[in-house]
Design a protein around this ligand. Structure first.
Ligand SMILES: *[C@@H]1O[C@H](CO)[C@@H](O)[C@H](O)[C@H]1NC(C)=O
Ligand SMILES: *[C@@H]1O[C@H](CO)[C@@H](O)[C@H](O)[C@H]1NC(C)=O
Ligand SMILES: *[C@@H]1O[C@H](CO)[C@@H](O)[C@H](O)[C@H]1NC(C)=O
Ligand SMILES: *[C@@H]1O[C@H](CO)[C@@H](O)[C@H](O)[C@H]1NC(C)=O
Length: 469
C-alpha cells in the first residue's frame, strides 16, 4: 500500500494531468477551428484548403490495391462522383492542383472506355441520378478547362454527351406523359418512382450542353424536361421542388418532402437557360421563383440568420449518409448561378456568406481538429464527420470566390473539350435487357463464390500439408 503523502501527491498529479489535458484540448480547438473572413480571398482559400485536405482523407482509391473512384462504406458510388466535382471546383476556384491527378484518374476509371459512367460493377443498381452526378462532374471539368484526359480517352464533354444521349432513350411516355424514371432497369426497387433529382439532372445537363456547344437540340430537351416537371407538379406553382411522383398512379400524387439539392439543380438549370437565351425574362422569372422558394432552407433565427440547413432531416437528427451531402450541391449550384445570372448575386451571396461563416466555425472535429459537422445553425460542432459534411462546408466556403471568377466556358469562349454528339449512341451498357444484366450479375456472383470455394479448399490442403511435413 502507498503512504498517504504519496497518495496525496498522486491526487494532485491526477488533477494537474486532467486540467492540462482539458486545457490542451481547448487550445487545440482554438488553434484548429477554421478561421474564415468571408470578405478576404486569401482567408477563403486557406479555409478551403484545410477542408479539402480533410475531405480527401476519406478517399483511398488512388492507393495500390484500391479501386479508383470508390469511397469506402457507407458511401454510395454516386457520392464519390459528386466529390470529384467538388475537387474540380476546388482547383478552379483556388488554383491548387493538389487533387487533380486523383480526380482525373477516378473520372476516367469510372467513365470506362464507353465514357458513359455505366461501369459493369454498378449497372445492377445504377439509377439515372447516379449516372448524372458523375456526368455533372465531367461537365464542370469541360466548363472550367480542367486538364483534358490523355489522347485516346473520351473527352469530358463527350462523357456528358454519352450520358445525355442514353438518358434521352430512357425518356418514358408509357405513363405520366413523359419524364425519366429514377431507376434504369425494371428489376430494381424504385423503377416506378419518377423523382425530381433524376429529371433535374437531365434538365441541367441538357441546358449545359446547349450553352457549351450552342446546339439548340439540347435546349429543346431542357425545355421539354422543364415543361414536364411543372406539368406533373414536381416543380410546384410556388416553385417548391417536391421529391418525386409515381408511375403507379400516373403521376397524380406527389411525395412532398423538400431537399436542398432538388431546389439547387433546377435553379442551376434555369440559370443556365437564362444565360443560353441571353437573359430571357421567362427564365428570369423562374430563377426568381426558385430562389424565393429555396429560402425555406435558410434559418430565420436572429442568432443564425441566413445559415443553410437541411430542412427535412437536420433539426430532428434524422439525416442519412446521402443527405449529409445535399447542402454541398445547393451551395455549389447557388454559387454558379451568380455567374450565369448575375442579378442573383446579392441575394445569393448574403446567404452563402452567412452559411460559410457558420460552417467554418464548427469545424473542430476529427483527428486534425478541423473536420466539419453537419449543423451550422447551432454554433457548436455536432460531433459527426463524413464526406457529406466535409463537402458541404467546402462547397459553401469556396463558393464565395465564384462571383469574381470566370464564368463557365463554352465552345465559343475558350472551352476546349472536344464534342461528339453521337457519343454513347447504341452503347452496349445502355441496351442490355434486364435479363441480360441479371444474367451477367448472377454469373459474376457465381464466379466469385466459386473462387472462394477453390481458395478454401486450397488453404485446407495447404494447412494439412504443413501439419504433415
Ligand atoms: C493518393 O492521393 C493523395 C492525395 O492527393 C496523395 O497524398 C497520395 O500520395 C496518393 N497516393 C498514391 C499511392 O498515389
Ligand atoms: C470492378 O470491380 C472489380 C473487382 O472488385 C475491380 O477490380 C474493378 O477495378 C472494378 N471496376 C471499376 C470500373 O470500378
Ligand atoms: C446537335 O445535337 C443533336 C442532339 O444530340 C445531334 O443529333 C446533332 O448532331 C448536333 N448537331 C451538331 C452540329 O453538333
Ligand atoms: C467549337 O469552336 C471551334 C473553334 O472556335 C470551332 O472550330 C468548332 O467548329 C466549334 N465546334 C462546335 C461544335 O461548335
Amino acid at each position: 500500500m502507498l503512504g498517504s503523502v504519496t497518495q496525496q501527491k498522486l491526487r494532485w498529479f491526477d488533477a494537474f494531468a486532467v486540467a492540462f489535458l482539458l486545457l490542451f484540448h481547448w487550445t487545440q480547438m482554438l488553434v484548429h477551428a477554421i478561421q474564415l473572413d468571408v470578405k478576404d480571398k486569401e482567408s477563403i482559400k486557406q479555409a478551403a484548403s484545410t477542408m479539402a485536405f480533410d475531405l480527401v482523407t476519406f478517399y483511398q482509391g488512388n492507393q495500390s490495391g484500391q479501386i479508383p473512384g470508390y469511397l469506402p462504406q457507407p458511401y454510395y458510388w454516386w457520392e464519390a462522383g459528386a466529390m470529384f466535382g467538388t475537387l474540380v471546383n476546388y482547383w478552379y476556384l483556388t488554383g491548387d492542383s493538389s487533387y487533380n491527378d486523383i480526380t482525373t484518374q477516378a473520372l476516367l476509371f469510372q467513365a470506362t472506355s464507353n465514357g458513359d459512367f455505366m461501369p459493369t460493377n454498378q449497372t445492377r443498381d445504377e439509377g439515372n441520378d447516379d449516372q448524372s452526378f458523375w456526368a455533372l462532374s465531367a461537365m464542370m471539368a469541360a466548363e472550367r478547362n480542367f486538364p483534358a484526359p490523355p489522347a485516346g480517352s473520351p473527352s469530358w464533354l463527350e462523357m456528358v454527351q454519352a450520358v445525355f444521349n442514353e438518358q434521352v432513350t430512357r425518356w418514358n411516355t408509357a405513363s405520366c406523359g413523359g419524364g425519366l424514371k429514377w431507376q434504369i432497369f425494371p428489376f430494381n426497387n424504385g423503377y416506378d418512382y419518377r423523382n425530381s433529382i433524376a429529371n433535374g439532372c437531365f434538365f441541367d445537363i441538357a441546358a449545359r450542353l446547349a450553352r457549351y456547344t450552342g446546339n439548340q437540340s439540347y435546349a429543346d430537351w431542357a425545355e421539354k424536361a422543364w415543361n414536364w416537371v411543372t406539368e406533373v407538379g414536381l416543380v410546384g406553382s410556388t416553385y417548391q421542388v417536391y421529391d418525386g411522383t409515381s408511375d403507379t398512379n400516373n403521376c397524380t400524387t406527389l411525395d412532398h418532402v423538400l431537399w436542398t439539392y432538388n431546389s439547387g439543380i433546377f435553379l442551376h438549370g434555369a440559370a443556365t437557360m437564362y444565360s443560353f437565351t441571353n437573359g430571357s425574362s421567362v427564365w428570369e422569372e423562374r430563377i426568381n421563383g426558385l430562389l424565393n422558394a429555396s429560402a425555406i432552407f435558410f434559418s430565420t433565427n436572429a442568432s443564425s440568420l441566413n445559415v443553410m440547413y437541411e430542412y427535412s432531416c437536420e433539426l430532428i437528427n434524422d439525416c442519412t449518409t446521402d443527405q449529409f451531402s445535399f447542402k454541398a450541391y445547393l451551395s455549389r449550384w447557388m454559387a454558379e448561378t451568380t455567374q450565369l445570372a448575375p442579378f442573383t448575386n446579392e441575394t445569393i451571396m448574403t446567404k452563402l456568406e452567412a452559411s460559410a461563416a457558420a460552417a467554418a466555425k464548427q469545424c473542430v472535429g476529427g483527428s486534425t481538429g478541423t473536420y466539419c459537422g453537419m449543423k451550422w445553425t447551432t454554433g457548436t460542432y455536432d460531433g459527426t464527420t463524413g464526406v457529406g459534411q466535409q463537402m458541404s462546408a467546402l462547397e459553401t466556403v469556396q463558393g464565395l470566390l465564384m462571383p469574381q471568377a470566370q464564368a463557365p466556358l463554352t465552345n465559343a469562349t475558350g472551352g476546349t473539350s472536344k464534342s461528339n454528339p453521337d457519343a454513347g449512341m447504341g452503347s452496349s451498357s445502355n441496351t442490355y435487357t434486364p435479363s441480360e444484366v441479371a444474367g451477367r450479375i448472377t454469373t459474376g456472383d457465381r464466379v466469385g463464390a466459386g473462387f472462394i470455394t477453390v481458395a478454401l479448399v486450397l488453404s485446407v490442403f495447404g494447412c494439412a500439408y504443413v501439419m504433415v511435413s
